[in-house]
Design a protein around this ligand. Sequence first.
Ligand code: SF4
Length: 327
Amino acid sequence: MENIIEVNNLKTSFFTPAGEVKVVNDVSFKLKKGEVLGIVGESGSGKSITVLSILKLLGNTGKIVGGQILIDGEDIVDKDNKYMSTIRGSKIGMIFQDPMTSLNPVFKIGYQLREPIMKHLKLSKSEANKKAIEMLNLVGIPDAKNRMNCFPHEFSGGMRQRVIIAMALACNPKLIIADEPTTALDVTIQAQVMELMKKFQKDLKSSIILITHDLGVVADLADNIMVMYSGSIMERGSVEHIFYNPKHPYTKGLLRSVPNPDELVKKRLIPIEGQPPNLLNPPKGCPFSPRCPHAMKICLVKKPETVCLEDNHEVRCWLVNKDMKMG
Ligand code: SF4
């Protein structure tokens, strides 16, 4: 099956007065039609910048300094903003964390939904209007026709996120990027929005990159999970590999720090001690070494290579290299 997106050795840096900050280091992954990839990690792990690199929304200081991003087999790394504006919304739909920052507060919802439909699907105003109402109905906005005339502030947070999902899906994109889509919502609304995403993923066979710091959110929706730390992939594998056979100390730490509703006896959650590294001056060896309870001498001086443990399960850790040599 063809890849919807293929990212090879992506490197993204921000150029600040204090120096170059390497935010994404050598990240590679592929996504096929209908697959869902969850990217997890703490704040500052590089997960959002990875997807902002795909969208080429890096502002004035960010730059892709290496690698390839193939969409439909075409490398978009050197494409200009004009070209990217034809891809964003049409080939790639986006759902961001806070719907209020994605919607323009001074335009009515109908206008904001209609414009990209007219642009990307080349429909007339009345056809686009019809499609916009259809999309609002699809995501469960009641009285969709009249709600087209409302401003974003007239919707609740959950309803705004539904509008964003309608916008993301309106032009039938091959890929949907959802960056912390439920973080700004309260718990019951989070569940509704995730249900909605699950439904669309199933019905439309959408390919989704789902970014979250919450492992519970990806467990339900993702096929594969990529665990990022300090701009690098620390572990990648199927949901089963990551949840039932995690190998990287950071993945294990993340899993220990989230509640498990299936456990009969509630255990104390164990946080990962310490802070993520300063990317202006990262550790020389493994970036997780200052926080890792298993750090060895080699971890302090040399960054581990990625090791493939089994089909679709990769880890970047000296501990695993050692076990493999001994085994
Ligand atoms: Fe810990 Fe060393 Fe593995 Fe890094 S490479 S996670 S410091 S054991």
